[in-house]
Design a binder for this molecule. Structure first.
Ligand SMILES: Cc1cc2nc3c(=O)[nH]c(=O)nc-3n(C[C@H](O)[C@H](O)[C@H](O)COP(=O)(O)OP(=O)(O)OC[C@H]3O[C@@H](n4cnc5c(N)ncnc54)[C@H](O)[C@@H]3O)c2cc1C
Length: 413
């Protein structure tokens, strides 16, 4: 069969890999490069001359993958023979008043003396009541009990919940002020593991390395700078009209573009499709690679990794220290990725700015996630994307596996 995949991000390219050889696959990607939110500098994204040494691969987008919760992502990496390494993740939460609390993994791994360690444990103790009640309550009820509920349903004006909202901001690059409307089901498993000792992986050589592996033996077509003008379902198949006006027929179409793009591309949406996709909006986010460690020296902090920073006006941002998280070889330069901290960064120390587009995870839009999954294949139309799972790579790979199963493509074991 001829299968068109719209969108060459994680979900689209995983779908392309699983359907390749079984079907005649064409990937249509709007951007001049594949990867979507995977942006590996010096691979699928170039840096202004001289600002980043050659041979250093830094991710200004997707970086890390939870070993415990991303089972299918790890199966795909094994199938592709992609080398992974463990990421030493630990987090700090920095209040607007300059104080901080660390996760147990940070307290135990950064070589603090016994007195300092005790002080940090006491600080952590202040949120333990809320943390334990959150774990017991959500553990007993399970994710499904929170179906259709936004985070505001359980969130309170307390430090522990500010922290949990920052975790949502970190994971989904959604402005802090909007995190109370993120559906609980989306981020709960990640929130539940954040104060334990989660183990995370990264792709050696940067995340885009696995897309390169997919392309090595890919027999389908990839068309860059090629967003279809319209898609319609005709004569038992699918017709795609390109920007040039050229028409092409396919047997099946897979939408692996963000959900807010679906109704913009379909020229003949059914009432059901309109209902399922009408509420999705775009979230425009920006991440910055920089070398400014003043963010921490001015807070009297000398160890950083994944840090959530509260601002004086109640807003928040995050900083991910890449020498740790991306495994950048020993270097005098300290590279970081920052979100919503532009006002604190020295412009001279900015190496690269990346604009991202992600789904805006609101409770209203997320309501129809299961219905989209269950009706996959209706009208020869399929859907894939991280938004159909946990909003992260596991969601993207699972959604691609479901499409592959329906179209009898490759299965991952
Ligand atoms: C800054 C940042 C950091 C992140 N870090 C992590 C992380 O460390 N770990 C993790 O698991 N997840 C992370 N994520 C979440 C990440 O978005 C998902 O894991 C995953 O990469 C999403 O893949 P996707 O294919 O669903 O969507 P996308 O990556 O958005 O891919 C969609 C693709 O469709 C293309 N497209 C859009 N419209 C059209 C059109 N009309 N026609 C053709 N093509 C179109 C886009 O250009 C894009 O290439 C991060 C996200 C961001 C923004």
């Amino acid at each position: 069969m001829k299968v068109a995949i719209i969108g060459g991000g994680a979900a689209g390219m995983s779908c392309a890999y699983l359907l390749d050889k079984k079907h005649e696959v064409s990937v249509f990607e709007k951007q001049p490069m594949l990867g979507g939110n995977i942006r590996t500098l010096n691979k699928n994204t170039s840096v202004e001359n001289g600002k980043l040494e050659k041979g250093i691969f830094i991710d200004n987008g997707v970086i890390e993958f939870d070993r415990g919760n991303f089972d299918n992502f790890h199966k795909l990496m094994k199938d592709l023979n992609v080398e992974l390494e463990e990421v030493p993740v630990s987090a700090g939460f920095h209040y607007a008043n300059g104080k901080h609390i660390y996760t147990p993994s940070r307290i135990n791994t950064i070589g603090l003396g016994p007195i300092q360690k005790m002080k940090e444990v006491v600080k952590l103790g202040k949120i333990l009541y809320d943390y334990n009640s959150f774990m017991v309550k959500t553990g007993l009820k399970g994710e499904k009990a929170y179906h259709d509920k936004p985070f505001s349903y359980i969130s309170k004006e307390r430090v522990f919940f500010w922290w949990m909202r920052m975790i949502l901001m970190y994971a989904y690059s959604i402005p802090y002020k909007d995190t109370n409307d993120i559906p609980i089901e989306l981020g709960l498993s990640m929130q539940r593991s954040c104060l334990t000792y989660p183990t995370w992986s990264r792709v050696v050589g940067g995340t885009y390395t696995y897309i390169e592996k997919i392309l090595e033996n890919f027999e389908g077509k990839v068309r860059l700078k090629s967003a279809p003008k319209s898609v319609s379902r005709k004569n038992g198949g699918v017709e795609i009209v390109l920007e040039s006006g050229e028409k092409e027929s396919f047997d099946k179409v897979v939408f692996a573009s963000p959900p807010h793009e679906v109704l913009q591309t379909l020229s003949d949406p059914t009432e059901e499709e309109k209902k399922r996709f009408h509420a999705w909006k775009e979230n425009k986010a920006q991440t910055i690679i920089h070398t400014d460690t003043n963010l921490f020296t001015k807070r009297n902090v000398n160890y950083f990794c994944a840090d959530l920073i509260q601002k004086k006006d109640g807003d928040a941002g995050y900083n991910a220290f890449l020498n740790n998280l991306s495994g950048i070889p020993e270097s005098k330069v300290k590279y970081s990725l920052a979100f919503n901290l532009e006002d604190e960064l020295d412009p001279e120390k900015i190496i690269h700015i990346q604009k991202h587009s992600t789904p805006f995870y609101s409770n209203e839009a997320f309501k129809y996630r299961n219905e989209v999954i269950e009706t996959n294949g209706e009208n020869n139309t399929y859907h894939a994307g991280a938004y159909l799972g946990n909003g992260l790579h596991e969601g993207a790979i699972c959604s691609a596996m479901r499409v592959s199963e329906l179209l009898e493509g490759k299965r991952l074991t």
